[in-house]
Design a protein around this ligand. Structure first.
Ligand code: FES
Ligand code: FES
Length: 127
């Protein structure tokens, strides 16, 4: 299958690959898997004192679309509040990357990963 140019760009030059210390209490970690294909995505956010996301990193063991989706989302969440990050929809990711229907679940993985990361952060802070 041919990937869109947007996917190739993020796939060949992924933004924000890496990891933060899971134990750092300014960090939220989301780890999700796609039952459809077995791909796994880990996405982390770092939250500043003002409650805004200052940085994000990911590691994705999966297809090009999953890598592109996580790369895009790590860019999008920077500067956002937790609520704004929770509002990111996989349909926005799929649209931005021009994902074909069989690759929609890859964008859902990214939405789930960011939600899981925010939840982890909130749990750490008793919210
Ligand atoms: Fe194999 Fe996504 S299905 S990498
Ligand atoms: Fe499964 Fe992309 S094919 S995450």
């Amino acid at each position: 299958m041919a990937y869109s140019e947007q996917v190739l760009d993020h796939y060949e030059n992924p933004r924000n690959v890496g990891a933060f210390d899971k134990g750092d209490d300014t960090v939220g970690t989301g780890m999700v898997g796609a039952p459809a294909c077995g791909d796994v995505m880990k996405l982390q956010i770092k939250v500043g004192e003002d409650g805004l996301i200052t940085d994000a990193k990911f590691k994705t063991y999966g297809c090009g679309s999953a890598i592109a989706s996580s790369s895009l989302v790590t860019e999008w969440v920077k500067g956002k509040s937790l609520d704004e990050a929770l509002a990111i929809k996989n349909t926005q990711i799929a649209e931005e990357l021009a994902l074909p229907p069989v690759k929609i679940h890859c964008s859902i993985l990214a939405e789930d990963a960011i939600k899981a990361a925010v939840e982890d952060y909130k749990q750490k802070h008793g919210k």
